[in-house]
Design a binder for this molecule. Sequence first.
Ligand code: 13P
Length: 263
Amino acid sequence: MTLGNRPGSGPRTALVVGNWKMNGDFAANGSLLEALRASIDADLLARVEVAVCPPYPYLAQAATALRDSGIALGAQDLAAYANGAYTGEVSAQMLADLGCRWAIVGHSERRTLLGETDATVVAKAGRALDAGLGVIVCVGETLEEREQGREREVLARQLDALAPLAAAEATDFVVAYEPVWAIGTGRTATPEQAQAMHAFIRERLASRGFAAAARLRLLYGGSVKAANAASLFAMADIDGGLIGGAALVAEEFAAIARSAALA
Ligand code: 13P
């Protein structure tokens, strides 16, 4: 669907993405995928793009289960290298080969737990785009950074590193604002807090050469649930969500997608 023709923005199709993180097994995924197919139908998918990002070992299972459903598939990460002697890594080309439409990069769990730098994040995002995948780049400040009043400074650094990708198509380049203090904590940013940061992100990208900034989808992530999704998606610069825990419950995830379609 089109999220209005708001002043200063172009039409943007809502996008709701489930990041399953390191959860699930073959049996549980089978049930979840079947329930998603049943509750996210063509009518809904005409108004909102929906994708799920299972762990790598289950991408093939999900590709089969979601075939012709209209629900897209994404990966939670990818290698910064094209191919070759990189034990344990998975390339953009492999993900495209498996039917992935999207790859998430720069999730805060990877930045903080696994030491991913801004340079790694832009390299991975570039690989994804080169392979024809869409990329969802995560940015966000920690609680400490927010308490110090440094949230804009942190986001500016994370966003400025993406400048080499400024020519990316609006359909394929998505930024997810995920304040680290709101991830898995049950503590959501208020719609107003999130909107302020989304507006900042759009302006910063425009100032760094992203000609398509007005048309880029900006997702909010961090304790999004069916109960709070509508108020977040009602904000002018919140074009959908990146959903963690609630993406593992089919009815919650479908309800979030419906909220995005109605926003
Ligand atoms: P929660 O929805 O579980 O807070 O996780 C958000 C997230 O990190 C999505 O990438």
